[in-house]
Design a protein around this ligand. Structure first.
Ligand code: NDP
Length: 329
């Protein structure tokens, strides 16, 4: 089967040359393992950090070895109790056609409940990130004004919709194109702007003249600076990601106004979705209801072919996705 290896580590923006398509023998599952034919895989911003050889909350990808990440596939052979051939499993060995997965790291998903792609997005890590970050980390209260960046992306589009469903007074999103801004308004955001149209600080001021209570940060940099400026006394920011700087070789110039956290008694809290596994059942229950009722909608951008996975990943970093970026194998 084919797999994508890390050929070299990027300096700044990654390029197709950092990846290599390799033909490898189909692996054989041992006791307690299953052989999976992958059908769908996720590309995610955090994978950019794993291309660097630095210690972080997830280990770096290894050179000349397959990358990994969230994937769905069909079980071909099973040596594990509770998993049968034909089952669809969610697991962590994407970027390859065939994977041998420990049963403990594979979860059988129900294709009757939702289109299986949802388990990589709205019903998976993406959805829990939005839910936990907004409700448990930023502790959004009904009536509050919420601002979310990368709002037309996988996490951001759910943050805005969950905020509305949980009673936010006003929800504002920023995104990188006029089409994305239109989509946000269609999803029920009260206001949205294209951050290319002018300084974020000014666009945010126009959208939220009375300030904001909660900022869900996916971007960092000038977005974070603008949010710190707009947050009201005792405002909270859930720091989820800082994609604006993932490809920077130099430390970012912004935020320059961090001292405002003192007088305004702001809380800026970073978080990892993995810390919030305890919320998973509550999240799944509530999200499944919202999907059934049609109150939450989600977009997917699907790229075809494992050989196009690097391009899909690079496209994600450039904002070519609406909603969740996926690769169909
Ligand atoms: P998205 O679907 O949001 O895709 C990334 C988006 O980022 C792009 O579509 C692009 O949209 C936007 N973007 C790229 N560069 C910039 C820039 N310079 N300025 C502003 N926007 C930019 O990805 P996810 O929903 O998967 O992830 C969103 C964020 O959440 C990321 O920062 C990610 O690292 C983080 N994350 C954190 C987790 C945690 O546990 N803390 C878990 C999961 C995700 P546009 O066209 O609008 O620019």
């Amino acid at each position: 089967g084919r797999e994508i290896h890390l050929a070299s580590r990027p300096d700044g923006w990654p390029t197709p040359e950092n990846f290599r398509l390799v033909e490898a023998p189909v692996p054989t599952p041992g006791p307690g393992q299953v052989l999976v034919r992958n059908t769908l895989m996720s590309v995610d911003p955090y994978m950019r950090g794993r291309m660097n050889d630095v210690k972080s909350y997830v280990p770096p990808f290894r050179l000349d070895a397959p990358l990994d990440g969230g994937a769905l596939g069909e079980v071909l052979t099973s040596n594990a109790e509770g998993i049968d051939p034909g089952d669809t499993v969610l697991h962590g060995l994407g970027w390859r056609e065939y994977a041998v997965v420990d049963a403990a790291s594979a979860r059988v998903v129900d294709p009757e409940l939702a289109p299986v792609s949802a388990y990589l997005g709205v019903l998976g890590m993406t959805g829990l990130t939005a839910y936990a970050g907004l409700l448990a980390v930023a502790r959004m209260q009904p009536g509050e004004t919420v601002f979310v960046s990368a709002a037309a992306g996988a996490v951001g589009s759910l943050v805005g919709q969950i905020a509305k469903l949980r009673g936010a007074g006003r929800v504002i999103g920023s995104a990188g194109s006029p089409a994305k801004v239109d989509r946000l308004l269609g999803l029920g955001f009260d206001a949205a702007f294209d951050y290319h149209d002018g300084p974020v600080r000014e666009s945010l001021k126009a959208a939220a003249p009375n300030g904001i209570d909660v900022y869900f940060d996916n971007v960092g940099g000038d977005h974070l600076e603008a949010a710190i400026g707009a947050l009201r006394t005792h405002g909270r920011a859930a720091i989820c990601g800082m994609i604006a700087q993932y490809n920077d070789a130099e430390p970012p110039a912004a935020p320059r106004n961090l001292a405002l956290v003192i007088g305004k008694r702001l809380t800026l809290q970073g978080f990892l979705v993995g810390d919030h596994a305890g919320l998973r059942d509550e999240f799944l229950g509530e999200m499944a209801g919202w999907l059934r009722s049609g109150e939450i909608r989600y977009d997917e951008t699907v790229v075809d072919g494992l050989d196009n996975a690097p391009a899909a990943f690079l496209g994600l970093l450039r904002g070519e996705n609406l909603g969740k970026m996926l690769v169909r194998l």
